[in-house]
Ligand binder design. Structure first.
Ligand code: FNR
Length: 193
């Protein structure tokens, strides 16, 4: 069947540029015929990680929801802001909770990382920081990443990128990522026959 890709922006605010970038990536993925599961961090509401809470109650519902949606996907795309040169606590907290589930769902999944920021670097340092916990967990993080600079001015009214070269580059990055994921999924299927 078609590839299944989970896409979410790692911010809560309604006007998040990362939510907008996630929506654009979701559209580009759907254009290829793949199945998109478009999420927001509001779907994954959870408290700060606390080992006592985990021991008493197990994983919170929001973490289990994220676990389920990663598990049902072949790959995921995160559009994450950069906070103080690194991963936002919200996202790191979610990864930490989900990493406690067995089997641990990040393992062997493919991930594409993108970011949006009003700065000139587009939040790229945050993505390098985000690679560390994901690769630690065994996620195949795609080597190429996409960072959208000056993000408050970057979108057209219908959610595309004003700069058509950037729009093209994002489209190509998404397609190259899906080509890799598709080849890997087919290979794994052949191996299991
Ligand atoms: C920021 N911002 C920011 N931007 C950046 O490019 N590098 C950074 O290190 C930081 N640090 C930072 C820390 C904190 C605590 C906040 C709240 C913000 C600005 C950030 O990119 C901006 O708020 C974006 O709009 C956040 O993404 P969303 O909410 O538009 O998706």
């Amino acid at each position: 069947g078609p590839l299944r890709v989970l896409v979410f922006g790692a911010a809560l605010r309604a006007d998040s540029t990362n939510a907008r970038l996630a929506s654009l990536v979701a559209r580009l993925i759907a254009d290829t015929g793949a199945t998109v599961d478009h999420a927001t961090m509001h779907d994954f509401d959870m408290p700060l990680y606390d080992g006592d809470v985990e021991a008493a109650q197990g994983l919170p519902g929001g973490a289990l929801a994220l676990r389920d949606r990663i598990e049902r996907s072949d790959a995921f795309v995160i559009s994450s802001p950069e906070y103080n040169g690194s991963v936002p606590g919200l996202l790191k907290n979610a990864i930490d909770w989900v990493s406690r589930v067995r089997p641990q769902p990040f393992r062997t999944k493919h991930a594409l990382l993108v970011s949006a920021s009003p700065s000139l670097f587009g939040g790229n340092r945050g993505l390098w920081a985000l690679r560390v916990p994901l690769e630690h967990l065994g996620t195949r993080v795609y080597p190429d990443m996409f960072s959208l600079a000056r993000a408050y001015q970057a979108f057209t009214g219908d959610g595309r990128l004003v700069d058509s070269d950037l729009q093209q580059r994002l489209t190509e990055t998404v397609r190259a990522f899906l080509t890799l994921v598709g080849a890997d999924v087919r290979y794994v299927c052949l191996e299991r026959r």
